[in-house]
Design a protein around this ligand. Structure first.
Ligand code: LUZ
Ligand code: MOS
Length: 766
């Protein structure tokens, strides 16, 4: 089935925040952000700005009617700065005017005096100064200290990954409209209507039943709107509450890039030990997460780094420690993979280091250590499925032996172009790591004309979740998809939702929908059974027709629904689903946090232009564990998009903050994202069908985040191509591998670091 949004998308009729018709009298807001990364506010002068034409009001923390706090996990984030500022772009004031132009012009007239304080941008420096967001976490399996002595080889190193801008096409924004009796309706581009509602309530002092957050759909989110959609909604809510006027704020792209957090950069230490058979015996890792200036979701992201620190491998002795380090950057936040990719990069770097030191291809070590059913993850969960089937199938169907020969021949024949290949296995745990969040609700109404309305907590953000939920309802009732409509997501209809995140939205909300539809169907069948005087078990609905013992009746769906209504049988149901079996003990750091794992193996092939340092990806060939896909078009789209986004993170996307904490890559002219030309020429996706994991909706495994991590292979494919040109290159494990870094590595001389060489090349003769 096609994505139900495809027609309106193509016609430009899909409704995003900026397509919602404006209510008369709507005012427009814009936030004034701190120009300095760290300091004490001495004076804020808004008098001049207030005099600007069209300006209605300028809100500061003093205007807050509730509490000045929007921190989700840790209460460390004021909506508007009071005395301290902690990052450039930290909102200090909210200008409300008759137009955006007027609001933004007034911002330029605000004067602020700040006594600067020292700025930290490096997580290791923050750790040294004991600037931690939360206490560190440590995952332990076996005993590494004892294991080192059993290792034939031990390697150590450092691995670093930079951040990543979400670059959702629709920027952050919200529109608050006052309702009668001091209540407010907010349209928001949020992944988490409940969190947006809660933050708006805290700041205004209103109760949750007075504030409705409604979401029609988002123009992308990727985690960037899991927590960071709240501030703008709270500002609009506060202004509309005070002024009794509708207030809207859609961020300008450059405001969005400066003021919001991104994927967390990490700097990590690793130590890996192997026996003579190349089995990984021990692995030690220390992760320094660059959390930015406030907690946001960092503690949860940190946890997922640890959960995924051994990726697809079984390692009997593990000690992994993670620090969430407070720096003076915008609070970093959720981003597809949620810390998992950062953890996986480090184990892949450790394996690559071992392989390069031992003079072999990393895939030899990777393959030998893939986990198997029955193996224990460092957090205590026992694997019920395994990594090998995807890997072996990929080797076979993509004929890797021949691919390698072709690459060898190509590299022998070409001196200025070199190819590299890397394997990237992925194992990703599905469920919010915070067990409490794994719950969802669905509200289903069957109307008397036979049409069906479904409302859940799921937010459609381009991932196709509404299509999948529609399929669930159509399938359970056995009616045409056209009879089902998925309604917008609203906190008044479905309360206390978890964010649409963690790849779990279709599972959680889909199963709740299945439960609600099943309950209604059971009542309908009972009505039919009484009317036809047949046993319930003999009756079934198929394609909108009623069958008794497989024989057609003259009853159709429509008649059945009406019969139930006339008998005063409820045609509505509100169902609640909570993932069974999962639990986690944070004190012991052991449990069974995931409903299941998604596996896959990607093979990435790159060609490097050794004169220019530029590169193209020839192919990404994947075997992905779909379980049993509900919608192949949508799932393939998720995988293709994830791969390209992962490659972007690993190669060209380079976030640059200077020492003062100022974002230098603050627009699309200085921050390069993959375009259509950087998409691999071939993306082959083969599906491995598995059926061991029945906690997925209709056994269709989650597909949102896992494929991003195939992109990590891009980094290692590039290393291999560089080594084919310059075997002595000492390349640090530092992503992204931009063309500049590739070029420097290609021509790196023995014993000279890239850094020294850059200085040499860039030295201007005096
Ligand atoms: N969000 C969250 C997530 O709050 N908890 C998670 O475990 C998670 N995992 C992936 C993406 N978002
Ligand atoms: Mo996410 S990183 O699933 O919001």
């Amino acid at each position: 089935m096609k994505n139900i949004d495809s027609i309106t998308h193509i016609k430009g009729e899909s409704v995003y925040l900026d397509d919602i018709p404006l209510v008369k009298g709507t005012l427009f807001g814009a936030a004034f952000g701190s120009p300095i990364a760290h300091g004490v506010i001495r004076n804020l002068d808004i008098d001049d700005a207030l005099q600007q034409p069209g300006v209605v009001k300028i809100l500061t923390y003093k205007d807050i009617t509730g509490i000045n706090q929007i921190g989700g996990i840790v209460p460390d984030e004021p909506l508007l700065a009071e005395h301290h500022v902690h990052f450039i772009g930290m909102p200090v004031a909210f200008v409300v005017a008759e137009t955006y132009d007027a609001a933004r012009a007034a911002i330029k007239k605000i004067k602020i005096d700040i006594d600067p304080l020292p700025v930290i941008t490096d997580p290791r420096e923050a750790k040294e100064k004991n600037e931690l967001i939360v206490p560190p976490r440590t995952f332990v399996l076996g005993d590494v200290d004892e294991a080192w002595s059993k290792c034939s080889y031990v390697f150590e190193g450092i691995a670093e990954t930079n951040g990543q801008e979400h670059l959702y096409i629709e920027t952050q924004g919200a529109y608050a409209i006052p309702q009668e009796n001091a209540s407010i309706k907010i349209y928001s581009s949020t992944q988490s209507p409940r969190a947006t509602q809660q933050a708006s309530c805290k700041v205004t002092g209103l109760s949750m039943h007075q504030v409705e957050v409604e979401v029609i759909r988002l123009g992308g989110a990727f985690g960037g709107k899991e927590d960071q959609a709240n501030a703008w909604a709270a500002m609009c809510a506060l202004a509309s509450h005070l002024l009794k006027k509708p207030v809207k704020y859609s961020l300008h792209r450059m405001e969005d890039m400066v003021m919001t957090g991104k994927r967390h950069p990490y700097s990590s230490d690793f130590k890996i030990g192997l026996d003579s058979d190349l089995k990984i015996v021990a692995y030690e890792a220390t992760f320094y997460q660059n959390a930015g200036a406030a907690a946001d979701l960092s503690p949860a992201v940190l946890e997922r780094t640890l959960f995924h620190c051994t990726n697809s491998y079984y390692i009997p002795n593990v000690n992994a420690k993670a620090y969430s380090c407070r720096t003076h950057l915008p609070p970093n936040t959720a981003f597809r993979g949620f810390g998992g990719p950062q953890g996986m990069f480090v184990i892949e770097a450790a394996i690559a280091k071992a392989a390069e030191s031992l003079g072999m291809d990393a895939s030899v070590i990777q393959k030998k250590n893939l986990n198997q059913t029955g193996d224990e993850f460092p957090y205590g969960q026992i694997a019920v499925s395994e990594a090998k089937p995807c890997w072996e199938r990929a080797e076979r169907i993509y004929d890797v032996a021949t691919l390698r020969k072709e690459i060898e021949n190509f590299n022998a024949e070409n001196s200025l172009y070199k190819k590299g290949l890397a394997f990237m296995p992925v194992c990703f745990g599905i469920s919010f790591t915070n067990t409490m969040m794994n719950q969802a609700r669905a509200l289903v109404h069957v109307y008397t004309d036979g049409s069906v309305s479904v409302t859940t907590g799921a937010v459609e953000m381009g991932q196709g979740v509404n299509t999948k939920i529609l399929q669930v309802a159509a399938q359970v009732f056995s009616i045409q998809p056209g009879k089902v409509r998925i309604q917008s997501t609203s906190t008044h209809k479905i309360a206390n939702t978890s964010p649409s995140a963690a790849s779990s939205t279709a599972d959680l909300n889909g199963i709740a929908t299945m439960m609600a539809c099943t309950a209604i169907k059971e009542r309908l069948l009972k009505v039919a059974s009484e009317a036809l005087n047949e046993d319930v078990s003999s009756i079934e609905i198929k394609n909108e027709k009623l069958y008794v013992n497989g024989v057609d009746t003259d009853w159709d769906w429509q008649r059945l629904v009406m019969a139930a209504f006339l008998k005063r049988v409820s045609l509505s149901e509100h169902a609640h689903y909570a993932t069974p079996e999962i639990h986690y003990d944070k004190l012991k750091e052991k449990g069974h946090p995931f409903a299941y794992h998604v596996y896959g193996t990607g093979i990435i092939i790159v060609t490097v232009d050794c004169l220019r340092g530029t590169y193209e990806f020839d192919a990404v060939k994947v075997v992905h564990d779909f379980g049993c896909s509900m919608n192949t078009a949508i799932d393939l789209g998720q995988i293709e998009g994830g791969i390209v986004q992962g490659i972007g993170w690993m190669t060209m996307e380079e976030i640059v903050y200077d020492k003062e904490g100022k974002l230098r890559s603050n627009s699309l002219s200085t921050y390069k994202v993959p375009d259509i030309y950087s998409v691999p020429k071939i993306i082959d996706i083969d599906s491995l069908e598995s059926n061991t994991d029945n906690l997925a909706i209709f056994r269709s495994k989650a597909v949102g985040e896992p494929p991003l991590m195939y992109g990590i292979g891009a980094y290692f494919a590039l290393r291999n191509a560089i080594k084919a040109f310059n075997p002595s290159a000492q390349i640090s494990f530092s992503a992204p591998m931009t063309p500049e870094k590739v070029l420097l590595s290609l021509y790196q001389k023995k014993g000279i670091s890239i850094h020294e060489q850059t200085i040499k090349y860039m030295a201007i003769p005096s």
